[in-house]
Design a protein around this ligand. Structure first.
Ligand SMILES: C[S@@+](CC[C@H](N)C(=O)[O-])C[C@H]1O[C@@H](n2cnc3c(N)ncnc32)[C@H](O)[C@@H]1O
Length: 354
């Protein structure tokens, strides 16, 4: 493919499953990908209006859950189609294309050192360039006196309506030791340290998250936060006065490792956390679970199921703080999941031993 290739031609070839090697100008490749994306949007709109015309009267329950699964399938298909536009890179992520920017620093941060030439999808390259910008500029967090710097492949707290909940919840009378399970960028551990918790052990199973949290903790100049790469709970620690966790909110299969922080297959993390938390909690301790009810509106989980999991874990609800999302998608009435997204409530559940 080169500067003479039309978007229609490239789109058709990519839809047929062909990989397209770009040999033209770098910026024209970006424009071509954008034009292919527009064609995907148009194809999806055509499909949606055809489906709306031929729809009989499906039950409300099935429509929401199946609209969610269809939306995810469409996203995965979009990623596959756009991912077929490839560039050749030399060792060190050097592109010989006209007007190619410097790629090495962003790609090394995302994918590690490259000693030999490779083919890379332009979409993945764009992901690495975007992540590098966030890592450089940081994400401002309301109520926090410093931005948080996400790394590539780490949950970026761009939607952080739950942060005020964590700042407003009254700390338990004793708050010497706290755990932050699934710390990501380290955001919740940093908030707890700034609120005066003496010692915080923050865990994550993703090594990228641990490196990112270490970076943010160091920028904040906090010595109270220790980090551990483990599945859920830290080892070799005293019982905690407070255990916080913001697990992935949706029980669904991630379609790539980048989605592991958003989708929790079969609620593995949420259930593992609830089942294990009491063994790590002091008798007077509190659990702060941050969870949105979007999964309930999408019919992927019921409120009764969640409350039953609390009861099975011998935890009772002491109080709950709620907030509503303000992000753009919750206000987009064209989104097929608008009804669910606009009804979403994010909560801090304060749980104590029953
Ligand atoms: C929704 S993100 C929350 C990140 C951060 N606490 C925040 O609020 O911004 C969930 C985090 O849990 C981590 N995680 C998922 N499964 C885990 C497990 N079994 N043990 C530890 N961490 C896990 C993910 O890597 C991710 O960083």
């Amino acid at each position: 493919m080169d500067d003479q290739t039309t978007a229609d031609h490239a789109y058709r070839l990519a839809c047929e499953g062909n990989y397209l090697l770009w040999r033209g100008d770098f910026h024209n490749a970006l424009q071509l990908m954008q034009a292919m994306n527009c064609r995907i949007n148009r194809a999806e709109q055509r499909k949606a209006s055809k489906a709306a015309k031929s729809a009989k009267q499906p039950s409300a329950e099935n429509t929401t859950a199946s609209a969610f699964h269809q939306q995810r399938q469409a996203q995965a298909q979009r990623a596959r189609t756009l991912g077929r536009l490839l560039l050749k890179l030399d060792a060190g992520y050097v592109s010989r294309l006209r007007r190619a920017p410097e790629l090495s620093a962003a790609c090394e941060a995302a994918f590690g050192v490259l000693d030999e030439p490779c083919l890379m999808s332009l979409r993945d390259l764009q992901g690495a360039l975007g992540a590098a910008q966030w890592r450089e500029k940081g994400v401002p967090i309301e109520g926090l006196d410093q931005p948080i710097f996400p790394h590539y492949g780490v949950f970026a707290p761009t939607r952080h309506e739950y942060v005020p909940l964590l700042q407003d919840a009254p700390l338990p009378a004793r708050h010497e030791v706290a755990f932050d399970i699934g710390t990501g960028t380290g955001l919740l551990a940093i908030i707890l340290a700034k609120r005066g918790v003496g010692q915080i052990v923050a865990t994550d199973s993703n090594p990228r998250a641990l490196a990112c949290a270490a970076d943010n903790v160091e920028r904040a100049g906090l010595s109270a936060v220790q980090l551990q790469e483990v599945d859920l709970f830290p080892t070799g620690q005293p019982l905690a006065d407070l255990i916080v966790c913001n697990p992935p909110w949706l029980p669904a299969k991630p379609s790539s490792s980048l989605e592991l922080a958003v989708y929790d297959p079969k609620s593995r993390m949420l259930r593992g956390f609830l089942q294990g938390v009491r063994a790590h909690l002091a008798p007077h301790g509190e659990v702060w679970l941050i969870l949105s009810d979007l999964a309930e509106h999408l019919q992927l989980r019921t409120r009764e199921q969640l409350l039953a999991w609390f009861a099975e874990a011998k935890l009772e609800v002491k109080y709950r703080l709620d907030t509503e999302p303000k992000h753009g998608r919750s206000q987009d009435s064209a989104d097929p999941l608008h009804a669910a997204r606009s009804a979403e409530v994010t909560s801090l559940w304060c749980l104590i031993p029953a």
